[in-house]
Design a protein around this ligand. Structure first.
Ligand code: NAP
Length: 305
C-alpha cells in the first residue's frame, strides 16, 4: 500500500510527488497521457519564477526527472473508479487496483469543444486544440484561432511563426487575455483580428477548406477559405471519475479548503482541477507542495490516532 496515490502527472501531481518523496512518503503517479499535462502544450513559459524562458515540454521533463530521481513511481493508466474505504483508499484502473492512505486528485482540465458543425468531423484533419502540437502542419497555410483568452492569444502568436495568415475570432470586442499578449497580437502583421465574431461552420471535403464566421452584432455571415482551425475557448475539469465522490462546484471543479482538503478525509485536490482564482503552472506546483504536506500531516496525525 502506498502512502499517496497521485492521479495526474501535470505540474500539481509532479510537485506533489517531489514534496512527498522528500518527506519520506511512498507515492505513485498515475497518468493516462503525456507526463506534464496541459503544460506540454505551451511552447514558451516565461512566468515560472527563476526561469526566464523554457518550453512546457522541457519544464515537464525536468519535474518528472526530479520526482523519479527521488524515488516516486510512475504508471500509465486510465483511472476508472476511486473507492473511499475510510483509512484505505482504492484506485481502480479497469481490472487493476492500487491502494493508499491518501489520494491526491491532480487530473487537471482539458480543452473545451466549441460545438459547431464540422468540429468533430475535421478533428485531426484541420481542427486542432493544441497549436504547439499541430502548428507545424500549417506552414504557409491560412488558419483560424477561436477564443479571446491567454491560450487563444498565445496560439495566434505561435501560429504566426508558421502560417501565411492567422485569423483570430473572438465573440466580444475585448480580449479576456493579458494586456501584453493582446498588444503583441495587435502589432503582428500576420494576425487579423475579427472581434464580435463567432465561428458557425467548418467545412471541406477530406480536410478543412473553409469556415463560416458570423458577426454577432450585424448577424452577417462570411465564408472564408481556411486550412486549419485552432479552438481555444477554455478548459473543462477532468472530474468525471470523482463525480458523486467529492463535492464539485456548478462548473465541475473540486471544492477544497486552503489546505486542499476535499470533503473526504484523506482525499486532496491540487492544480487546475480545483476551484481557484488563478490557473498557472506556478499555482499548480504550489498546490502540489501543499497537498503533499497536508497528506503527510493527515497520515501522521489522523491515521495514527
Ligand atoms: P479562458 O481564459 O477561459 O478564455 C476562454 C476564451 O474563449 C474567452 O475569451 C471566451 O470568451 C471564449 N469562449 C468561451 N466559450 C466560447 C464559445 N462557445 N464560443 C466562442 N468563444 C468562447 O481560457 P484559456 O485561454 O484556455 O485560459 C485558461 C486559463 O489558463 C486561464 O486562467 C488563463 O489565464 C491560463 N493561461 C495562462 C497563460 C499565461 O499566463 N501565459 C497561457 C494560457 C492559459 P469571453 O471572453 O467572451 O468569455
Amino acid at each position: 500500500m502506498y502512502d499517496i496515490i497521485i492521479i495526474g502527472g501535470g505540474p500539481a501531481g509532479l510537485s506533489c510527488a517531489i514534496y512527498a518523496r522528500r518527506a519520506g512518503l511512498s507515492c505513485i503517479v498515475i497518468e493516462r497521457g503525456f507526463i506534464g499535462g496541459q503544460m506540454t502544450t505551451t511552447y514558451s513559459i516565461e512566468n515560472y519564477p527563476g526561469i526566464k524562458q523554457i518550453s512546457g515540454f522541457d519544464l515537464a521533463e525536468a519535474m518528472r526527472e526530479s520526482a523519479e530521481s527521488l524515488g516516486c513511481e510512475f504508471t500509465e493508466a486510465d483511472v476508472t473508479e476511486i473507492r473511499d474505504l475510510g483509512e484505505v483508499k482504492e484506485v481502480y484502473m479497469g481490472e487493476d487496483k492500487l491502494s493508499s492512505k491518501v489520494i491526491v486528485l491532480a487530473m487537471g482540465a482539458y480543452r473545451r469543444k466549441l460545438g459547431v458543425n464540422g468540429e468533430d468531423r475535421f478533428t485531426g484533419s484541420g481542427v486542432s486544440y493544441c497549436a504547439t502540437c499541430d502548428g507545424n502542419f500549417f506552414k504557409d497555410k491560412n488558419v483560424t484561432v477561436v477564443g479571446g483568452g491567454n491560450t487563444a492569444l498565445e496560439d495566434a502568436l505561435y501560429l504566426s511563426g508558421f502560417a501565411n495568415k492567422v485569423t483570430l475570432m473572438h465573440r466580444r470586442d475585448e480580449f479576456r487575455g493579458a494586456r501584453h499578449l493582446s498588444k503583441l497580437v495587435l502589432a503582428n502583421d500576420k494576425i487579423d483580428v475579427m472581434y464580435d465574431t463567432v465561428l458557425t461552420d467548418i467545412s471541406g471535403k477530406f480536410n478543412v477548406s473553409a469556415v463560416t464566421a458570423q458577426n454577432v452584432k450585424t448577424k452577417e455571415k462570411t465564408e472564408l477559405p481556411m486550412d486549419g482551425v485552432f479552438i481555444a475557448v477554455g478548459t473543462v475539469p477532468e472530474t468525471g471519475v470523482v463525480k458523486g465522490l467529492v463535492t464539485l462546484d456548478e462548473a465541475g471543479y473540486i471544492l477544497t479548503d486552503e489546505t486542499l482538503k476535499t470533503n473526504i478525509p484523506g482525499i486532496f485536490a491540487a492544480g487546475d482541477i480545483r476551484k481557484k482564482e488563478l490557473r498557472q503552472v506556478v499555482t499548480a506546483a504550489a498546490d502540489g507542495a501543499i497537498a503533499a504536506h497536508m497528506a503527510g500531516r493527515y497520515i501522521n496525525e489522523e491515521l495514527s490516532k
